[in-house]
Design a protein around this ligand. Structure first.
Ligand code: SAM
Length: 397
């Protein structure tokens, strides 16, 4: 087997998986030449030359995506001052496109239902600046903790809340404007008597959270990711409408009817998937072992349960969207089962869901998916990692 693999770029089983799913294996041959991408923190535009000098490489502006630059795949940015100082983000251009498709406008309340590790969430917060809010949800505590670290590094957390929660059942409303004004009034005076009310977030984690995190670490190697029954808030910014309100207020869930009128303006469901479109992810299996690839990517049973998870995430994300809002469903898989099939099934069961043309995509180097209005990025066509994107709106019924 090893001999065969050393001759082939990818193992037979993976090639048959691609064939079964109608994916052209030659897209992986472009992997060596697929550039790396970075996004510039807004406000750092004048520092491009300095960054280029530091990483010793020219940054090519991505002409179809504002704020994005490409660089050769072998250039490392993690040790650079620009990266460590929070002036640049490592994020694939296709991921940037998925966020752009959401058309986030000032004041929007955005839900990111599979948020970790958070490259897209950071981009949303940068777009929103000093307005609106982003609620990030992820079932994996350690990944969401990494997202929190990123928010702090880029000083982006002011209008963000992060919940460890199951995205298929999450039901909390967006930050309420009245709670923000109340929280501003209360933030100074949140005193000992107000023990039930949230005070300003501190990086000193409460004892309970530390204990839970230690427990999760102990069980991590042998158990799948633990799904907490109730959402658990692991971060909130000063202007995220949390400071000064009580736990009862924060954890009050929305009914479907309430969600239609007071739900989120924009929802991203960047669903868990087999990651087969991510060239760099597939390449990692060379070190992790091809048997791991068999288990994690090709196993039919996993794929079936993943499809169900994807459908449930999409259903719940859409439930939390307000009428007239926009939802983007994306995966970094290129299989039809995890993309078009999910979209089709979802549309069949939701009379209020309408697939939308992604107007922003004019000039994007991508192809149409098998369903009109959906998009597919792949390394050959787009010079990016693989990504499927579909956009929906919620109609009044
Ligand atoms: C493709 S990744 C998301 C990447 C992220 N949007 C970003 O830009 O960095 C999928 C995420 O879904 C999370 N996930 C898996 N099952 C979930 C569930 N039931 N609810 C919420 N998140 C889930 C995984 O932990 C993983 O972090």
């Amino acid at each position: 087997m090893m001999e065969e693999i050393s001759k082939l770029p990818l193992p037979e089983a993976f090639l048959s998986f691609l064939e079964e799913n109608g994916i052209d294996p030659s897209i992986y041959k472009a992997s060596d030449s697929t550039p790396r991408y970075l996004r510039l923190k807004p406000g750092s535009e004048d520092e491009v030359e300095e960054i280029e000098a530091e990483i010793k490489c020219k940054l090519e502006k991505v002409d179809w995506l504002p704020g994005f630059y490409s660089l050769p795949p072998d250039i490392q940015i993690a040790n650079s001052k620009a990266y460590q100082g929070g002036k640049i983000y490592g994020i694939d251009a296709a991921s940037g496109a998925a966020v752009s498709a959401l058309k986030i406008s000032p004041g929007d309340h955005v839900l990111d239902l599979c948020a970790a590790p958070g490259a897209k969430l950071c981009m949303m917060l940068d777009i929103l600046g000093d307005s609106g809010s982003v609620t990030g949800v992820d079932v994996a505590r350690h990944r969401l903790a990494a997202c929190r670290t990123m928010l702090l590094k880029y000083s982006l957390g002011d209008r963000c809340r992060l919940f460890v929660a199951d995205g298929t059942t999450f039901s909390l409303p967006p930050m309420r404007v009245d709670s923000v004004s109340r929280s501003l009034l209360n933030s100074e005076s949140a005193s000992e008597e107000n023990d039930d009310k949230f005070r300003e977030w501190t990086s000193r984690r409460p004892w309970k959270e530390r204990k839970r995190a230690a427990k999760a670490r102990e069980g991590k190697s042998s158990q799948p990711v633990a799904v907490s029954e109730n959402p658990e808030l692991i971060f909130y910014g000063r202007h995220a409408g949390v400071v000064g309100i009580s736990k009862n207020e924060l954890y009050k869930t929305m009914s479907d009817l309430e969600a239609s009128s007071c739900g989120y303006d924009k929802v991203l469901v960047d669903a868990e998937c087999t990651h087969d479109g991510s060239v760099r992810h597939i390449q990692k299996f060379e070190n992790w072992g091809w048997t791991t690839l068999q288990r994690r990517v090709l196993d039919a049973e996993r794929t079936d349960s993943l499809s169900l998870l994807q459908l449930k995430l999409l259903r719940n994300g859409f439930r939390l969207l307000k009428v007239g809002g926009l939802l983007v469903y994306s995966t970094c898989s290129l299989t039809v089962a995890q993309n078009e099939d999910i979209v089709e099934q979802f549309l069949k069961e939701n009379a209020s869901a309408e697939l939308q043309e992604i107007e922003e995509a004019e000039g994007w180097p991508c192809k149409s998916g098998r369903i009109a209005k959906t998009l597919r990025f792949d390394p050959l066509t787009s010079q990016t990692s693989g990504l499927f994107v579909a956009k929906f709106t919620k109609l009044a019924t």
